[in-house]
Design a protein around this ligand. Structure first.
Ligand code: Q9C
Ligand code: ZN
Length: 390
């Protein structure tokens, strides 16, 4: 498997609340280090360590604006230095919100509070999503990995600056080691360790590329089909990807399906009844498969078959996987009974049923740091076994 990594993703280093205590965030740089070490030692995969150029960063931020409000992006980028200047935070500390958006009976339009302290709460929905000195660099590097993964899969035309395209013209799958993850944040609120929705940015990249390809090559034989690209998102993280669901809820060209812990974080979304807006072409393009906490891998597989059949029926052009290892049986934030060897079966099942779909896999959660490497390798072994047997 081709695996994209950027060392800048390690810089983000923040804290979260555990009960009344502030602890180092479970979403730690050590997660990526552990995965990279395991991949290197396995020798079975092509690890590409990249670094986002200034131009890449600009492109990534421009693409992110299709999914996030500009003032939210501006806030995430600048809030730490603003707090530092005001003496609200020290260089080694993190911005954490305190007062969140408050609906009121007068139904006044919500707007960002003038108070710099309070604004942190306007642009967040929980206290697990701190912003440290270098968070922004990691957030952009993470999203850029998603962009580069899409560019690779989209087979950029030869006049593109994409440096990878020549090497891998028939790439079937790519994995991006995104950190921070992306599937919880919404268009204007960070949450669940997420700041920019990497999956949504991948889709925007595919669409944008398709658009420029149409402009450049109007005689492209795929002209008609590329303009109506369809995407299927399979969310395998333990938590419901509320942010991704929201980004595409109204969009009939994007199918979102998720298997996640029932009644778990983020608590207010993920019900099976959330199927898309009724009386709309997007109805039925959202499939939530909540699973009781404590469920076995057999119970998980039953849901996975439902998700995969639905994706088959939808008929997508691209598969996007939100891959989380917080489904692992000892994960501090997850409550399924899934073990290392099960990830191999899981991945093999996915790839066997969706054999010919070009796939972009993005890392989301997973917090048992010293088991992350072997769990990922197990997943990749199953994936490649099915891919090789096509
Ligand atoms: N203070 C992902 O797996 N809640 N996000 C933690 C402990 C946030 C999980 C509560 C869980 C977010 C990408
Ligand atoms: Zn998760």
């Amino acid at each position: 498997m081709l695996i994209l990594h950027d060392e800048t993703t390690l810089l983000h280093d923040t804290v979260e609340l555990l009960g009344a205590k502030l602890i180092p965030a479970q979403e730690s740089p050590a997660r990526i280090k552990a995965i990279v070490d395991a991949v290197k030692h396995s020798g079975n995969h092509e690890l590409r360590t990249i670094s986002a150029s200034e131009e890449d960063q600009k492109t990534t931020i421009a693409l992110a604006k299709a999914n996030h409000k500009p003032e939210y992006i501006e806030h995430i980028q600048n809030v730490f230095s603003q707090w530092l200047k005001e003496g609200l935070v020290e260089a080694h500390e993190s911005v954490l919100p305190e007062c969140f958006r408050l609906q009121n009976v007068a139904n006044a339009k919500l707007r960002p509070p003038k108070d710099i302290y309070a604004r942190a709460g306007y642009y967040a929905f929980d206290m697990s999503t701190g912003i440290s000195k270098n968070s922004w660099q990691s957030i952009v590097a993470s999203a850029n990995l998603a962009v580069q993964a899409a560019l690779l899969m989209a087979e950029a035309p030869t006049n593109s600056k994409n440096p990878f395209q020549q090497n891998s013209p028939k790439l079937k799958s790519v994995l991006a080691l995104c950190r921070p993850p992306g599937h919880h944040c919404t268009g204007s609120q960070a949450g669940g360790y997420c700041y920019l929705n990497n999956i949504a940015i991948t889709i925007t990249t595919f669409r944008q590329f398709t658009h420029s390809q149409r402009l450049r090559r109007p005689s492209n034989p795929n002209f008609a089909s590329v303009s109506t690209l369809k995407f299927a998102i399979l969310d395998l993280d333990f938590h419901h990807g509320n942010g991704t669901q929201e980004q595409f809820y109204m969009d009939p060209t994007v199918f979102y399906t998720s298997i996640h812990g029932q009644d778990e974080f983020p608590y207010y979304t993920g019900a099976a009844s959330e199927q898309g807006p009724s009386n709309s072409p997007a109805f039925g393009t959202n499939l939530n498969l909540p699973l009781k906490t404590g469920s076995s891998f057999e119970e998980y597989l039953a849901k996975l078959h439902i998700a995969l059949s639905a994706i088959q029926q939808f008929g997508a052009d691209h598969l996007l996987v939100s891959l989380g290892f917080d489904t692992f049986h000892t994960d501090p934030l997850g409550k399924f009974q899934i073990e290392t060897q099960d990830y191999k079966v899981m991945a093999k099942t996915v790839r066997a049923m969706l054999k010919n779909l070009p796939a972009v896999i993005l890392l989301e959660g997973g917090y048992v740091v010293d088991r992350l490497g072997e769990n990922l390798l197990s997943f990749l072994a199953g994936w490649e076994e099915a891919e090789g047997a096509s």
